[in-house]
Design a protein around this ligand. Sequence first.
Ligand SMILES: O=C(O)CCC(=O)C(=O)O
Length: 264
Amino acid sequence: MTHPLLSEDLIDTYQRDGVVLIKGLFADHVAALRDGVERNIAAPGPYASNNDKPGETGRFFDDYCNWQRIPEFEAVIRQSDAAQVAAELMQSATAQVFHDHVLVKEPGTSMATPWHQDGPYYFVEGQQTVSFWSPLDPVREASLRCVAGSHLWEKPVLPTRWVKGDAFFDPEPYMPVPDPDAEGMDIREWEMAPGDAVAFNYGILHGARGNTSAARRRAFSLRLVGDDARYVERPGPTSPPFPGHDMVPGQKLREDWFPVLWGR
Ligand SMILES: O=C(O)CCC(=O)C(=O)O
């Protein structure tokens, strides 16, 4: 049976456009996720960054791969309906967790999140992928912005470093980062309440404005994969790197590190 937050129409839209809004996906978990974010900021992990960029104001904290050490994140990942909703959106029998990501723009943060696709930074490939980006504060200006249909583009977009802007890998075989506003692309963005979620495919080009409002913009993002996801090698270290993962090309992600949360 289809999850009550979904409909056949929404699933078809996800398959076609690669991005949909799911109202209230984490609505019952906002307090826990806020607690988890505070715990994360107080004890950042090895990949944490304040994205300090010369000339920018405020603070843009981000960190990832912390769910196993932050009990609030683990509880939400295991107990919310996210994995079931992910499996149905991806049209997959299973949903497996890839990683969590926290992105906090404090009031007066000028830095935009640069346009990027997540897939090219990752060591996983497949059609069945989904990220849930959920604000933990009401959001309008600094909402996520996604280019509909970009998950079907022939070439992946060159992954770049957010602060320096330099290329992560050799520019071949990637396409340069487009400017969706200047190029008149079909950008989807929503005014969102805490606990709503944007669901988007790893191939979707997305970014976000700075947060010049007087309120914090805390966001929790959860990335999952489905049946067809496989480990692939990239031209250099990926982000996240998962040192010592020991996987080989073509392998499904190891379930002791990336548990299957739905379907088995
Ligand atoms: O929260 C943001 O500013 C950007 C989020 C993002 O890029 C992501 O969740 O992949």
